[in-house]
Write a protein that binds this ligand. Structure first.
Ligand code: SF4
Length: 347
């Protein structure tokens, strides 16, 4: 459907509201492209409140793109630990290395060169380009998608053709402005603070006079997304084996947590005897008992993990024994912490 709202008028109302109401977030205090890059990667699939302390710690530990490029991957994952979606951290790290190799450690200032970096898609390239360098390029995240499909009553799934290209073209028209970074952030901020997925605060909305969905009395009808498949249920059994105050962890060979530390786990709903045998731990561990279960939901899988705990008889030949108090500095995914808490109590 052709856009109905008057873009310049909407944009001015939106910018006026944004300048007054925007949240004071650390990455908004500077236009450093590296800081913007880190924040945009962290904000994908993660709430702002969660990201703030991680962003601060990450920049303290890796203050420049060069410092990040130089760091070993395990150290990057350790600082990212708990934020989830670890593939993002790996790609950010690879992207930093590419910036050092290809661009003499200066984050490039064109959309095409940004887009060519590992892990940098249209969204991240648009965000760095518009916010740090003032390039008139669009940024389409879930918030922008919601705001624009409602304002302009865009029909059809905005994540599939032709809705996707229509939405991007519309966002690009908004970005045709002397302050494209501010316009893009204002659209995202409106989606985050006012135009919520359910029960949007239309009465408080600075662009309500232009909103097609509100005029039609059905803001929540948009965006017309196809339902996503429910996460696949998975049954796992994990064995937490301890020696003194240390816990045995092994590097994961699962794609979702490659090389991060997990307790030995198997995708089966096992008894104590079965878990010891299928993990090849007979003669290494004793007094194995069940200690509850935890649930861990990922985008595509919902894991139910039965937790067993036992005592190691000797040091195992693979993996490593990690002191409970030292877990904070290691690359461990959230599922490891949940399983250890179920087995050992507060860590
Ligand atoms: Fe969203 Fe309501 Fe504003 Fe329309 S009027 S943009 S639906 S908050």
């Amino acid at each position: 459907m052709a856009p109905r709202a008057e873009i310049p008028a909407v944009r001015e109302a939106l910018l006026g509201w944004y300048r007054e109401h925007r949240r004071d977030l650390p990455w908004r205090r500077s236009r450093d492209p590296y800081g913007v890059w880190v924040s945009e990667v962290m904000l994908q699939q993660t709430r702002v409140d969660t990201v703030v302390p991680y962003h601060r710690r990450f920049l303290e530990r890796f203050p420049t793109v060069e410092a990040l490029a130089r760091a070993p991957e395990a150290e990057v994952l350790a600082v990212w630990s708990g934020l989830g979606y670890y593939r993002r951290a790996r790609l950010l790290h690879q992207g930093a290395r590419a910036v050092v190799e290809r661009h003499a450690a200066r984050v490039p200032d064109t959309f095409a060169l940004l887009r060519a970096l590992p892990g940098v898609g249209d969204y991240t390239a648009g965000a760095i380009g518009s916010i740090a360098y003032g390039l008139p390029v669009p940024v389409v995240d879930g918030n922008v998608e919601r705001v624009l499909t409602r304002l302009h009553t865009l029909r059809g799934d905005p994540r599939a053709s032709p809705g996707k290209s229509l939405l991007r073209a519309l966002a690009a028209r908004y970005a045709e402005h002397p302050a494209p970074g501010e316009v893009n952030q204002a659209l995202m901020e409106l989606g985050a603070l006012v135009c919520a997925p359910s029960a949007p605060k239309c009465l408080l909305c600075p662009v309500k006079a232009h909103c097609g969905a509100l005029a039609a009395g059905e803001p929540e009808r948009y965006p017309e997304k196809r339902a996503r498949a429910a996460p696949r249920p998975e049954r796992w059994s994990a064995l937490v084996a301890t020696l003194d105050d240390k816990v045995w962890l092994v590097p994961s060979d699962l794609g979702r947590w490659t090389a991060m530390l997990l307790p030995p786990m198997v995708e089966r709903d096992h008894t104590a005897r079965q878990v010891v045998s299928s993990l090849g731990m007979s003669g290494i561990v004793r007094a194995v008992r069940e200690a509850g279960a935890v649930t861990h939901v990922l985008t595509h899988a919902s894991m139910r993990v039965k937790v067993f705990v036992g005592e190691l008889l000797r040091e195992p030949s693979r993996g490593e024994l990690v002191a409970r108090g030292a877990l904070g500095g290691r690359a461990v995914p959230k599922v490891t912490l949940k399983v250890l808490e179920a087995a050992l109590g507060v860590l």
